[in-house]
Unconditional design. Structure first.
Length: 117
């Protein structure tokens, strides 16, 4: 899959999928908000059942709102239903703040990886 960027969108967002054996890494970049959620939902639907593990890399996100968080929760459920697993790589301070405020961090498995911000 290739990265997408929607220049008409009010918030810049792109993603890239990198297959890696039994897992795929989904790298998110930019602002993960209501505008970007449909793209992420579509790629998760395409990958669920194909890979045992989907790693979502949040390090290049500059912003994530509650709709992005809800999409990650839904992705986790979808992957579990298909026998897979969702793993997150922690993002920078703004992204971590969302997990702290919502106390949603306990809902996810996090892979070791340093935040870039």
């Amino acid at each position: 899959m290739t990265a997408i960027v929607d220049p008409a969108a009010s918030t810049p967002f792109s993603y890239a999928v990198e297959p890696d054996g039994h897992r795929a890494v989904l790298r998110l970049r930019g602002e993960f908000d209501l505008v970007a959620v449909p793209d992420v939902e579509q790629v998760v639907a395409e990958l669920a059942g194909v890979f045992e593990q989907l790693v979502v890399d949040l390090r290049d996100l500059t912003f994530m709102d509650s709709s992005g968080l809800r999409a990650l929760i839904a992705a986790d459920r979808s992957l579990q239903e298909s026998g897979g697993q969702l793993v997150l790589i922690r993002g920078g301070k703004p992204i971590e703040r969302l997990f702290e405020l919502t106390q949603a961090g306990s809902l996810f498995t996090f892979e070791a990886g340093q935040a870039r911000r």
